[in-house]
Design a protein around this ligand. Structure first.
Ligand SMILES: Nc1c(NC[C@H](O)[C@H](O)[C@H](O)CO)[nH]c(=O)[nH]c1=O
Ligand SMILES: CC(=O)[C@@H](O)COP(=O)(O)O
Length: 157
């Protein structure tokens, strides 16, 4: 097979990389762990903590508008969104999840910078705990590495 050109971003942060994080305060006990995981992942892979800015919003539904403000400010190379939406007794969960996921994706497409979806959407608190730094890892940490990779990839295009 002929040799083809393959583009791939590594997970070493470029010099001076700036990251915004939007964190939803609802289920704060979970989201604090996601935020900490994101910061840990960023710093361990070369982002200076001086170049990380987090903004707290009331709930996941407020993430997209805040992510859009950050993404379009020109101040950040990437934006990470973290939150925890846990199903309750009504269909409210479905509406929140749908709008947050669509909204975050739209911000990335519209702004042209990587906007990472680190909002866990679970049936119960146990599933959320598992994804916020226990047996299923930390979605915030995962998003940190993906943010670095995507910044490095898009800069090659
Ligand atoms: N139930 C959860 C919410 N609900 C609140 C909404 O996100 C929003 O803040 C409210 O509807 C006002 O616009 N938010 C979460 O982040 N997680 C939940 O489990
Ligand atoms: C995800 C939610 O909005 C949910 O926690 C709200 O709970 P409920 O459906 O019992 O009002």
């Amino acid at each position: 097979m002929k040799e083809i050109k393959v583009l791939e971003g590594n997970v070493v942060a470029k010099e001076g990389m700036k990251v915004g994080i939007v964190a939803a305060r609802f289920n704060e006990i979970i989201v604090n762990k996601l935020l900490g995981g994101a910061v840990d992942g960023l710093v361990r892979h070369g982002v200076s903590d001086d170049n990380i800015t987090a903004a707290w919003v009331p709930g996941a539904f407020e993430i997209p508008i805040t992510a859009a403000k950050m993404a379009n400010s020109g101040k950040y190379d990437a934006v990470i969104c973290v939150g925890a939406v846990i199903r309750g007794d009504t269909t409210h969960y479905d509406y929140v999840c749908n709008e947050v996921s669509k909204g975050v994706a739209q911000v990335g497409l519209q702004s042209g910078i990587p906007v990472l979806f680190g909002v866990i959407t679970t049936e119960n608190i146990e599933q959320a705990i598992a994804r916020a730094g226990s047996k299923a890892g930390n979605k915030g940490y995962d998003c940190a590495l993906s943010a670095i990779e995507m910044v490095n990839l898009l800069e090659q295009m």
